[in-house]
Design a protein around this ligand. Structure first.
Ligand code: ADP
Ligand code: ADP
Length: 542
């Protein structure tokens, strides 16, 4: 036996049909007795983008520390001295042999983008330019800065940048380096879809540019699908053990992951499949009207940003997806609804009680999670609260931790819980997907939906993960215009019309995977792309 799994996973995490090869072998690394063990490693490949798809806490960072020679793996022999020679013997004849040999000969330069870009200002004092200049090893810095659109902030102090700007600065700082192996841990948080696609393109170009290997962890599946040439799925029990599969094609890897069953490994990783509607859902007009608003305008002073809002109504117990680029006025509209800003023209009668989860979460008090949440709601700990909020958001494990010690994904789930625990008419969540893995996105989605239904409340969710918006929304509020100059909000509309309008603005069409019906971004200019644009069907099957 492997010591972790015998025949049935003792963690009840996965249903083992045939004991997978990985779990009968020794792990590549174990941190200590009864401590986390990692099975398998991703194999970076020259000239290619390799993706990793899996939950948080499953050993992705451990794997990368090994591939960056920051951690010498012990092959499970945590008490013994194991050197690279033994590891190399173990990996002879595998896809990793060449890479590991080069690593041991000190021939691998590694560049990595950190996962939590919000922490960059704590680690660096100075302007964007000062940070980036140190990384300009290929003479491509200016071109990269221009491609991602951060020229306007190059002379600003790092601590004045927004999350979306920090994410792009971190991406540029990594890609400007001259390395053999680039590791990018989540590229999409705080970026809008256009920016996500640009980031994906830049990573692909750098891989194609030479002998460089790119390894990317990403939870936005539409982007991962677009970006990766091959995919390792990671599964296991967070905190206990993780398995990294052999590489799969990106398409099969994502399909198997969504289905919850890994074909080659003969392994069920989830009881239920994650599924998407191929045809636009019928426009169900659920619930009474929660708020009706007239046409509104708002500008922030002469020559600054201005917003125009078409009249509309928001219904009770619906989830309204809010889509559009960054800097287009989504938060401004939310503040008009909340009565925190006065419109220049038009008037909102009803003053709604709004519970708000901001995009950048600042809950940094030295306080335990349970104390924090019980200070928000008297329902804390009730069986109802546990089923509706704590369980789907997987809070049990973090209840006794301090807010300051939480990881990005944990902090996000606590912030979503805090928002939903408030007594309000309208729950406004700005980018709840940030730093959540795919499982957590799906669970958070159903928690938000169920909450709105059961409470006759309305949820408005701003997000840039198209899969999440699809699974979450009853209707869509689409913003367009020129970011930072002027924005326009259409009246809330049905999913088909809304997706068509939103994706037409982006000039992006989606086809459907034949087997699973999952949406996939079309190559610009491909036959399908042209046909669908002509027919005006950007997302759903006609
Ligand atoms: P991921 O990047 O997938 O979130 P990590 O590789 O960071 O996962 O961590 C996987 C598990 O290994 C976690 O449960 C973590 O607590 C544990 N772990 C990480 N580093 C150490 C260490 N130095 N000693 C013991 N356990 C560790
Ligand atoms: P989004 O939520 O779509 O990213 P916002 O509503 O936050 O967009 O911002 C829209 C534009 O208005 C941005 O260019 C932003 O810099 C600007 N803006 C936001 N708040 C203010 C303010 N208080 N004063 C001046 N400009 C602002």
């Amino acid at each position: 036996t492997c010591g972790i799994c015998v025949e049935k996973c003792p963690f009840d995490a996965i249903e083992i049909i045939n004991l997978p090869q990985e779990l009968t072998d020794e792990p590549i690394h174990r941190y200590g007795e009864n401590a986390f063990a990692l099975y398998g490693l991703p194999a970076p490949q020259e000239g290619r983008v390799t993706g990793i798809l899996g939950p948080n806490g499953i050993g992705k960072t451990t794997a990368v520390r090994i591939l960056a020679d920051e951690l010498t793996p012990n092959l499970g022999e945590y008490a013994a001295e194991v050197g690279w020679d033994e590891v190399l013997d173990e990996y002879r004849g595998t896809a990793l042999q060449d890479y590991l040999e080069a690593l041991v000969d000190d021939e691998v330069e590694v560049a990595r983008k950190p996962q939590y870009v919000d922490q960059i200002p704590d680690q660096f004092d100075g302007t964007t330019r000062q940070l980036l200049e140190r990384t300009d090893e290929r003479g491509e810095l200016n071109a990269l800065v221009e491609r991602v659109g951060i020229e306007p902030v190059v002379d600003q102090d790092i601590d004045t940048l927004s999350g979306g700007e920090l994410q792009r600065v971190a991406l540029v700082a990594t890609l400007a380096r001259d390395a053999d192996f680039y590791f990018l841990d989540e590229i999409t948080p705080y970026l809008d879809i256009g920016q996500r696609m640009t980031a994906a393109r830049l990573i692909q170009e750098l891989a194609e540019d030479g002998d460089r290997s790119m390894l990317v962890v990403e939870h936005d599946l539409a982007i991962l699908d677009l970006l990766a040439d091959a995919l390792h799925v990671a599964y296991g029990e967070p905190g206990a053990f993780g398995v990294i599969t052999d590489p799969k094609s990106t398409k099969n890897g994502i399909n198997e992951y969504l289905k919850g069953y890994l074909d080659n490994e003969n392994m069920r990783i989830r009881q239920e499949a994650i599924e998407f509607e191929q045809h636009a859902p019928r426009n169900v007009t659920r619930g009474d009207v929660a708020i009706e608003y007239p046409a509104l305008t708002k500008s922030y002073g002469e020559g600054e940003f201005s917003l125009e809002v078409e009249a509309g109504e928001i219904k009770k117990s619906e989830v309204l997806g809010v889509v559009g680029p960054n800097g287009i006025g989504k938060s401004t509209f939310a503040q008009l609804l909340a009565g925190r800003l006065e419109p220049d023209e038009g008037e909102i009668d009803a003053r709604l009680d709004i519970a708000y989860k901001p995009q950048y979460i600042e809950i940094d008090q030295p306080m335990r999670v349970d104390a924090f949440l019980s200070s928000i709601t008297d329902d804390f700990g009730s069986s109802y609260w546990n089923t509706e909020i704590a369980q789907p958001l997987q809070l049990e494990r973090v209840m006794e931790q301090n807010l300051t010690d939480l990881s990005g994904g944990e902090r996000q789930r606590v912030a979503i819980a805090a928002c939903l625990s408030k007594d309000a008419d309208l729950y406004l969540l700005d980018e709840p997907s940030a730093h959540l893995d795919v499982e957590q996105r799906v669970l958070a989605t159903s928690a938000i939906r169920r909450y709105a239904e059961n409470h006759d409340a309305t949820a408005m969710v701003i997000d840039h993960d198209i899969y999440m918006i699809d699974l979450l929304s009853d209707r869509l509020l689409v913003f367009d215009g020129e970011p930072a100059e002027h924005g326009h909000a259409a009246t809330p509309q049905g999913m088909r019309e809304g997706m068509n309008e939103f994706l037409a603005n982006l000039d992006v069409t989606f086809r459907r995977d034949e087997r699973t019906g999952r949406p996939r971004i079309n190559k610009p200019g491909s036959n399908l792309d042209r046909e669908q644009k002509q027919a005006g069907e950007y997302y759903y099957a006609p």
